[in-house]
Design a binder for this molecule. Structure first.
Ligand code: UDP
Length: 455
């Protein structure tokens, strides 16, 4: 029997992917520090595979996406997955709410990933406060907002593109679903549908912080009440206010921290390039080859995350040949790695979590965006935040080895490199300030909590 008095009970519902679970899980921990009880609901498949451990205030529970045995990999198509998740997810989310109904702490707020807009309908059916939690930059959200509301007509026939509060954008800076018409129609529909019911949400939270995108936040706030509440990074790496919060806590892949730390600790300060393409990486064989040759040709050490599904794309004998110059692992604790003094630059796909982690830890970047929002984020890395460069893509869609080597040099050494480091340090300080007590994000979290408690 629970007897602790909580200010309310929130249920957080992420889209089932590492890059969506991490920020919502982290935000839940912040809410717990504000006196709320929080439950994170993953799919049954993820829950069974990961077996996350509930603590006294942060609980884990499940809904079903209809693919309990194999998750997304079991689905016939993206479209089939999303459809079935909506049907089965809605029903099992309702079951979860009912299960909690007659307990000491019934669920009175649902924070849902707007990739799953149906969650708001379920919340409303039960008269529960519903908050959308956007996991991409405010800039990307505002671009999709414009397309969804017909304010930006597709296909784009003239460039540059002007959206209030955003820098002038070329086609290559737009999310790939827009710059490559017809690509991934089911995902494109999903990102636009984030706004299908968000006007009915009781709050709209965005995982960014005001100082990072002030003009965009101001501009979007004129049409949509948004609360930037990020960065959602474990407290140990920022304000150090939450106890024992040094990891997201739910990893879909196994990392070997011991090996990574030991290896990094033998390398001089700022001498290592860290490379990762996130949790959904799928590079072409040619791109993997170009990366491998660039790393071999460069004079720097490197730590490269090559997921098990990508390993066969490495050139033959690559791992043997690099010796102690490089370390290739299938997964790592990225926060631990990024905060290691040996790291001089992060060659990244510019997934939003990875980028926000690099900004928050003060690490300059080389951007090699692949698809979805990564292209827009890479534009910001280079031209708005000025913390690195975006590698140029050839006509065949590949970033060639010479370009990769050139970008790495630009970030790792020289005058430009020093500027990137200076700017990265500035963003880290601003990130810490935003989430610390009295900072803009902290105030927005308080505003959100009181809005929901008094609703
Ligand atoms: N990540 C990690 N270890 C790795 C690679 C990635 O812990 O070896 C984490 C990273 O810290 C981030 C998430 O996985 O929080 C990836 O999210 P992101 O939005 O960057 O990319 P996505 O996986 O969604 O493409």
């Amino acid at each position: 029997m629970e007897n602790k008095a909580y200010r309310g009970h929130v249920l957080a519902l992420p889209y089932p992917g590492q890059g969506h679970i991490n920020p919502l899980l982290q935000f839940s921990k912040r809410l717990v520090s504000k006196g709320l009880k929080a439950t994170l609901a993953t799919t049954l498949y993820i829950h069974n595979a990961m077996q996350p451990q509930s603590s006294s205030s942060l609980q884990f529970d499940t809904i079903s996406d209809g693919y309990d045995e194999g998750g997304f990999a079991q689905a016939e198509s993206i479209h089939a997955y999303l459809n079935r998740m909506e049907t089965i997810g809605s029903k099992t989310l309702a079951d979860l709410i009912i299960k909690n109904k007659n307990t000491a702490n019934p669920i009175d707020c649902i924070i849902y990933d707007p990739f799953l807009p149906w969650a708001l309908e379920v919340a409303k059916k039960f008269g529960i406060f519903g908050a959308a939690f956007f996991t991409q930059t405010c800039a990307v959200n505002f671009i999709y907002y414009h397309v969804h509301h017909g304010l930006l007509k597709l296909p784009i026939t003239s460039t540059p593109i002007s959206i209030p509060g955003l820098p002038v954008l070329e086609l290559e800076d737009m999310p790939s679903f827009i710059s490559v018409p017809g690509s991934y129609p089911a995902y494109f529909e999903m990102v636009l549908n984030q706004f299908s019911s968000s006007d009915k949400a009781d709050a709209i939270l965005v995982n960014t912080f005001y100082e990072l995108e002030p003009e965009t936040v101001d501009s979007m706030s004129k049409v949509c009440q948004i609360l930037p509440i990020g960065p959602t990074i474990p407290s140990f790496y920022l304000d150090k206010c939450l106890e024992n919060d040094n990891d997201y806590g739910l990893n879909l892949f196994v990392s070997d921290s011991f090996v990574c730390n030991n290896w990094l600790n033998t390398k001089p300060k700022g001498s290592v390039i860290y490379l990762s393409f996130g949790s959904m990486a799928s590079l072409s064989n040619k791109q993997m080859e170009e990366l491998a040759f660039a790393l071999k040709g460069s004079k720097f050490h490197f730590l490269w995350v090559v997921m098990a599904s990508e390993e066969a794309k490495l050139p033959e004998k690559f791992v043997e040949e690099i010796g102690n110059k490089g370390l290739v692992v299938q997964w790592c604790s990225q926060l631990e790695v990024l905060s290691n003094k040996a790291i001089g630059c992060f060659l990244t796909h510019c997934g939003w979590n990875s980028t926000l982690e690099a900004l928050s830890l003060g690490v300059p970047m080389v951007g090699l965006p692949q698809w979805t929002d990564q292209t827009t984020t890479a534009k910001y890395v280079q031209d708005v935040w000025k913390v690195g460069v975006r590698a140029k893509v050839c006509e065949n869609g590949i970033v060639e080895r010479e370009e990769i080597e050139f970008c790495i040099k630009e970030v790792m050494e020289g005058e430009k490199g020093k500027d990137f480091q200076k700017n990265a340090k500035k963003w880290r300080e601003l990130a810490i300030k935003a989430i610390s007590e009295g900072g803009n994000s902290d105030k927005n979290i308080d505003e959100f909590v009181s809005k929901f408690i008094n609703s």
